[in-house]
Design a protein around this ligand. Structure first.
Ligand SMILES: Cc1cc2nc3c(=O)[nH]c(=O)nc-3n(C[C@H](O)[C@H](O)[C@H](O)COP(=O)(O)OP(=O)(O)OC[C@H]3O[C@@H](n4cnc5c(N)ncnc54)[C@H](O)[C@@H]3O)c2cc1C
Length: 472
């Protein structure tokens, strides 16, 4: 990802306090688990979001066991030190950014798949397991773990739970929250909480498991997860449809969903994104298109379903409909979609990736509105969207070394969120709030919702040591 530019910052600690924290961590944990070299700790300071500066951690701790995590939290409670849980730092909201003097608790070394149970269709994993590694492991049992963020080859299950992440196939299979059955969580004071179940059903008490999904490390540290699996579907077949306008592509999305189809993927790239991907990858996507819709089906009847969807695209004004001939062509189209964010980043060096979700029948209005914002602010903004979910990622490209351009990028980012709310949407479909969208969260929740959420947080973390300054 590209460079990041400044904005939000949290309070720090004195050098003497930091020295005490490091000494106590060294006493409590194996030597190789505690990193303090400033060059090394600096590399753990921030995630991949722009506009969020980060503090300098007192130490980075890489535990291998639940007990180590408990030791860190007990110590943090005793010394009143902030703790920032981290996965792979692919987050896009600054949620994993360090705070001055904090302990960064990186779960990357807790990366074991503990159990795969084909009868009960569950996997039990540690939080540092990389999403794609879990997918590969369960595939050997004829199973799949559906949530598939585009960053799946780097991001961790702990981070996916922390952000409640989505992905490309969520239009059919749903998001992370729907797959987390049970959790082991180390609380702020070091106690170990087990929530949820391994059973197919279970409604005992309040659903604390769900509360931790999307909590961005503010309520506890996930150290083990029981995840639901599905039988592996057949490989999907993809169709690409070109449109002369976002409106026509939006119309096609509406028709496809209204007709009762359940695509395994329904993604949209606007013309700016298509051209950026061509420049980066030389894939030869259609340069003149204003919107490229990718639809896929993973059923045995995929070819017939694609033909029906192709017809709906034509009725909505598609200028070209190209079903992939085979798996290889399908993979190529998906690779183009996955290359969009790096491609947009290559435009000017820095990007600001937004994440607005609107009712899917209003997606075209969002895309048209973003085009107007881009024009007004004289910036390139590419839009890529999980169209079937109404979840768009308008990506603002700007030169961070130009203060005026950076300021216009920030304004456009805010205007996009305002537009999303105006269209009946939410400020974040899957990337979370972090530090980036804190002010906007207050607008979306309203005063009653905000106060209740703050109260919940206080119950879990009365001293405010877990990822302070994030979310609320
Ligand atoms: C190129 C690219 C494409 C992306 N595509 C998508 C996409 O399609 N869909 C999507 O949803 N996101 C996407 N993202 C965003 C990001 O990858 C996800 O938010 C991902 O879930 C973050 O995982 P991570 O391991 O990197 O977590 P981090 O960024 O390290 O952390 C994310 C949050 O989770 C918390 N956390 C991490 N581990 C734990 C734990 N064990 N216990 C408690 N809290 C924890 C952190 O404190 C932080 O608040 C993309 C990012 C990039 C760079």
């Amino acid at each position: 990802m590209g460079k990041r530019s400044g904005g939000c910052q949290a309070a720090g600690m004195s050098t003497a306090q930091s020295t005490t924290v490091v000494a106590r961590l060294r006493e409590a944990l194996p030597a190789e688990a505690v990193l303090t070299d400033p060059d090394v700790t600096a590399s753990y300071a921030h995630d991949m979001a722009s506009f969020c500066s980060a503090g300098s951690p007192a130490a980075v701790v890489l535990p291998r066991t639940v007990e180590d995590v408990q030791r860190v939290l007990r110590l943090a409670t005793e010394l009143r030190v902030p703790v920032v849980p981290q996965g792979a730092r692919t987050g896009l909201s600054g949620a994993a950014n360090a705070i001055d003097g904090c302990v960064v608790l990186s779960l990357l070394r807790m990366d074991r798949v503990l159990e795969i149970d084909p009868v009960n269709r569950i996997a039990v994993v540690e939080p540092g397991v990389v999403n794609a590694d879990l997918s590969k492991a369960v595939a050997e049992h004829g199973l799949s773990y559906p949530p598939d963020p585009s960053s799946w080859e780097q991001c961790t299950i702990g981070g996916n739970i922390g952000t409640g992440s989505g992905g490309l196939c969520c239009v059919k299979y749903g998001v992370t929250a729907e797959y987390v059955l049970g959790l082991d969580v180390v609380l702020a004071d070091g106690r170990l909480l087990s929530t949820g179940r391994r059973t197919a059903k279970g409604v005992a008490g309040y659903d604390l498991t769900r509360l931790f999904v999307g909590a961005e490390g503010t309520l506890g540290v996930v150290v083990r997860a029981v995840l639901a699996l599905r039988p592996a579907p057949p490989r999907q077949l993809v169709l690409a449809a070109e449109f002369g306008s976002a409106r026509a592509a939006g119309e096609a999305v509406a028709r496809i969903m209204a007709a009762g189809h359940t695509p395994s993927l329904l993604e949209l790239m606007d013309g700016t994104s298509v051209r950026a991907v061509n420049r980066l990858t030389r894939m030869g996507l259609p340069e003149s298109t204003q919107a490229l819709l990718l639809a896929a089906f993973d059923t045995p009847q995929a070819s017939e379903e694609l033909a029906a969807v192709g017809e709906l695209c034509r009725e909505s004004g598609a200028t070209e409909v190209v079903p992939a001939d085979d798996q290889a062509e399908s993979e190529l189209l998906l690779a183009a979609r996955r290359a969009t964010l790096p491609a947009l980043e290559a435009v000017t060096g820095t990007t600001m990736i937004d994440d607005v979700c609107v009712p899917r029948d209003r997606l075209a209005e969002l895309i048209d509105g973003v085009a107007l914002i881009a024009e007004r602010q004289a910036l390139t903004i590419g839009v890529v969207a999980h169209a079937g979910d109404g979840n768009a990622h308008p990506t603002v490209c700007f030169d961070a070394s130009d203060p005026d351009e950076a300021a216009r990028a920030r304004v456009s980012f805010d205007e996009i969120m305002a537009l999303g709310l105006e269209l009946g949407g939410t400020i974040t479909g899957e990337h979370g709030v972090g530090v980036l969208k804190k002010d906007w969260l207050a607008r979306e929740l309203g005063p009653v919702g905000l106060e209740l959420q703050r109260s919940v947080r206080r119950v879990f973390d009365p001293l405010g040591i877990l990822n302070p300054g994030k979310v609320l």
